[in-house]
Design a protein around this ligand. Structure first.
Ligand SMILES: C[S@@+](CC[C@H](N)C(=O)[O-])C[C@H]1O[C@@H](n2cnc3c(N)ncnc32)[C@H](O)[C@@H]1O
Length: 246
């Protein structure tokens, strides 16, 4: 991937809000914003991978000062074009290492975006980077899926998740390395186009260990933003770690 905007370059950015419309539904956004505003408790928030502002803008509208980090100028240009988007400071860079000159009472990384870091070392670096930006007592929140390995029959490593006459999509898993990719084949103007996005899937317990390495303590883990219990059947989780107050 040579594009400095990573996998969220101009083309992905131009259609992001439309293609992720279900994630912009107030029924999805409002509980997340409520959860994060509660943890911010009157302080500042930092969104890693702020994108087009799906969560940042409504959180800022609630009075929480929000900063962001994102690799993609194209995504941030969409944020800037929205009402209130100009008022949100965004550092362009990799959230595993990019710093901003402020500290925060909450930092958050939603919509599976921790998996965009494709090595364990980069994911650990992200936790360390967040810890360095948190005020004592501050929180780090991750929303991410539980790896879907239970969908794989023995001997298979591919899970289809969309099949239609003009579009096929599947996830591919490498159990040895935790590398995965989401792959899309689409017929556009009679021609097949292929796109593949690499990820690294990560287990809840592994995230806890990354937090510990970064000096953060487990605070809470739920199945979703409205604090439904996290169980062995949960397909995703919202997890929170806290920087010790002293
Ligand atoms: C799935 S989108 C999520 C955007 C937004 N948080 C949301 O919930 O709609 C992922 C975003 O993370 C950004 N991103 C991915 N990997 C990144 C990295 N290593 N450093 C900084 N930004 C990254 C992408 O550019 C994109 O804007």
């Amino acid at each position: 991937m040579d594009d400095p905007d990573g996998y969220f370059g101009e083309r992905a950015a131009a259609t992001y809000d439309e293609s992720s419309a279900y994630m912009f539904d107030p029924a999805v956004v409002d509980p997340a914003v409520h959860f994060l505003a509660g943890l911010a408790g009157g302080g500042r928030a930092l969104e890693l991978g702020i994108g087009t502002g799906r969560i940042a803008l409504p959180l800022a509208a609630r009075g929480v000062p929000v900063h962001g980090i994102d690799l993609s100028r194209a995504m941030v240009a969409r944020l800037r074009a929205k009402s209130g988007g100009d008022a949100i400071p965004v550092a362009i860079g990799d959230f595993a290492g990019t710093t901003v000159a402020s500290t925060f009472s909450v930092a958050y990384l939603v919509f599976n975006t921790i998996m965009n870091l494709t090595t364990q070392a980069a994911q650990v670096a992200c936790f360390r980077n967040v810890a360095a930006h948190l005020e004592p007592g501050g929180y780090f929140v991750i929303e991410v899926g539980v790896p879907d390995l239970r969908l794989l029959p023995p001997g298979q490593h591919v899970v289809p998740f969309h099949v239609s006459p003009t579009r096929w999509a599947y996830d591919s898993y490498d159990m040895a390395t935790q590398a995965m990719s989401s792959n899309y084949v689409e017929v556009v103007d009679g021609r097949g186009e292929y796109r593949s996005i690499p990820f690294r899937y990560v287990w809840p317990a592994e995230l806890d260990l990354m937090a510990e390495i970064a000096g953060l303590l487990p605070h809470e883990r739920w199945d979703g933003w409205t604090r439904e219990p996290f169980t062995g059947e949960s397909r995703h989780h919202v997890s929170v770690w806290q920087k010790p107050a002293t």
